[in-house]
Ligand binder design. Structure first.
Ligand SMILES: [Zn+2]
Ligand SMILES: [Zn+2]
Length: 205
């Protein structure tokens, strides 16, 4: 989506303050450019707002995003998902969003079959989230101190691949490191109940 616009001084100052707070580098070696960090920060403003209790319901439901794609494509991590209201996103993006989402219901269909995967199965329940916060403290990525309220609960073995929503299969990740894990060679696995990260270069020699 491309957009531009103007804000009055009050909301201009507010958005500038929010972006500045959210766009801070996650570590001394944050590879993102300033523009990328600000773009991620703007996306985070939207995400935080979408999780807000104060947001009005839409058609009797909490705000949600509906994606449609074939079950096979979802499982094979190929093809695209159609976004209700227009546009498409890659299967990998759909899987990342499904990984920890309180605002999305996935509609998976083969033919007329609709499989509502239900957010309860995917989203870390309060008890698990609390234990995750105790264990990880912040985004668990090395050097990142992003606070838990801004983190996703990532499934180490992807939920789509049968990974359970359990403490031993979850790790707190900020939005940008969640993207990194899903969309780059970086991986995370559990060793002795702790998340261990790898940049994926060892295996490649
Ligand atoms: Zn994830
Ligand atoms: Zn992080």
């Amino acid at each position: 989506m491309v957009f531009w616009g103007m804000l009055d001084q009050e909301y201009g100052a507010k958005i500038a303050a929010m972006l500045s707070a959210l766009a801070k580098p996650t570590s001394g070696t944050d590879p993102r450019t300033t523009a990328e960090r600000q773009g991620d920060a703007f996306a985070e403003v939207i995400e935080l707002a979408s999780r807000s209790e104060g947001l009005p319901e839409q058609g009797g439901e909490r705000q949600h995003l509906t994606l449609s794609m074939s079950f096979k494509d979802f499982m094979d991590n190929t093809g695209v998902a159609n976004v209700e209201g227009g546009g498409v996103m890659s299967a990998a993006e759909a899987r990342r969003i499904a990984c920890d989402s309180t605002v999305m219901r996935l509609v998976l269909g083969a033919g007329k079959e609709i499989l509502d995967v239900g957010r309860q199965q995917r989203t870390a329940p309060k008890g698990i989230r609390k234990a995750l916060i105790e264990r990880d403290g912040s985004c668990a990525f090395p050097g990142c101190a992003t606070e838990p309220a801004r983190c996703h609960a990532h499934h180490v073995v992807e939920w789509a691949n049968g990974g359970p929503t359990s403490l031993d299969n979850m790790v707190l990740l900020c939005g940008s490191h969640h993207r990194l894990i899903h969309h780059s060679r970086w991986t995370v696995k559990m060793v002795d109940h702790r998340p261990v990260f790898s940049d994926g270069l060892e295996d490649a020699g």
